[in-house]
Write a protein that binds this ligand. Sequence first.
Ligand SMILES: Cc1cc2nc3c(=O)[nH]c(=O)nc-3n(C[C@H](O)[C@H](O)[C@H](O)COP(=O)(O)OP(=O)(O)OC[C@H]3O[C@@H](n4cnc5c(N)ncnc54)[C@H](O)[C@@H]3O)c2cc1C
Length: 380
Amino acid sequence: MDPYVNNDLKDVQKAVSEFCEHEFDQEGLHKLEDEHRYPRELYGKIGELGIIGVGFSEDIGGSGFGALGHVIAVTELCRSLPGMGMALSLGYIPGFVVDIYGNAEQREKYVRPMIEGRYISAISVTEPDSGSDLSSLKTRMEDRADHFVVNGSKVFTTNAGYADFYTLLARDQDRQTVTIFDKELIDGNPPGCFEINDLGRKMGINTTTSGELVFSDFRIPKDNVLGQRGKGLRMVLDGFELGRIVIAAQAFGSMLYGYEKVVAYAKKRTQFGRPIIQFQSVEHNLVDMYVEIEKCRNILYKAAWLYDRKDPESKKYSSMVKLAVPESAIRLLNTTIDILGGYGYMRDQGLEGALRDVRITSIYEGTGNIQKNSIAKMIF
Ligand SMILES: Cc1cc2nc3c(=O)[nH]c(=O)nc-3n(C[C@H](O)[C@H](O)[C@H](O)COP(=O)(O)OP(=O)(O)OC[C@H]3O[C@@H](n4cnc5c(N)ncnc54)[C@H](O)[C@@H]3O)c2cc1C
């Protein structure tokens, strides 16, 4: 009996799991990784099937299951194949802030097609000299009558190059403001005003890009301001409150993937005349994993449940799960490799890839240290 997941959400879980079983395959993922190519076709399919929309509200084409819905869907995607599930969910996690703060027109223009799997989102916050300390960012926007002129650069923007719209946080006088720009606006600016440089291959999630964005007198109309001018940092952090819970779900799903694989392997692999699961050291490791998974499941579902109720505890739980679940997932996946021995180190087993993919969950949208700073502020 699970106090958080009702029958409707169980149906969602089942539908996502069946979709992944038919559509995900490890060789396909490896091919995309080698070619450094986003699974755009699958993204379209999860949009069409309503998987992206599970957590979004009904007024914009979603199913209205809220944060818990996002958690269930993303967990299943990553449980099936972490690299694929993470990449697909990264197509829409950056769009949360537009969904939360966009006006009706902006949500129709960007969020609806994103939910339908037609648009991929991106968020550009981090700069070369401003990562954890976002308040120090330097990219500036100058006010010119009906538009802004943007100068500066951003790094590590996920989906840079193939995203259909970007959410940009920049310095607007002494405050920060969020604007949205899309391909049409990029094409409408004179050549040389905007440049994207792919930062190349990284430890994991190699079907996604991490890009540098360079703005040189790039013009953004004032109508593209998201929410309230000057309140940008607060708005981004509000988007991160949900984003951090969903990133924890990426890590949680990846844990389940590792656990299920390693249990099946330990039952089958024989050494010294018996299945290795019969060695107590292996069995105890698996029990530790089981207990860790249940701890993570409970805190993760609770965080989503609090978020959906706009509970004052939600912010703290969002940081707590973003801190705890990735740490557990990294540890657990590392141990699965030990249990598979030499085979665990090989690419075709999928575990070394899962460990490399999941490693980023403890870094993006705030490192573990940053989560601890936030939690400390709230509890002391
Ligand atoms: C694959 C990938 C995808 C990403 N996607 C995006 C994206 O789509 N959009 C975007 O804007 N950004 C993105 N990022 C950037 C990511 O959010 C930042 O890398 C992250 O927030 C950390 O910033 P930093 O790398 O500048 O590290 P720094 O801020 O320089 O931190 C370095 C170290 O110092 C520690 N530290 C810093 N300040 C403190 C403090 N006050 N107290 C204690 N410890 C501290 C950190 O915990 C860390 O260990 C992505 C990064 C990667 C690698």
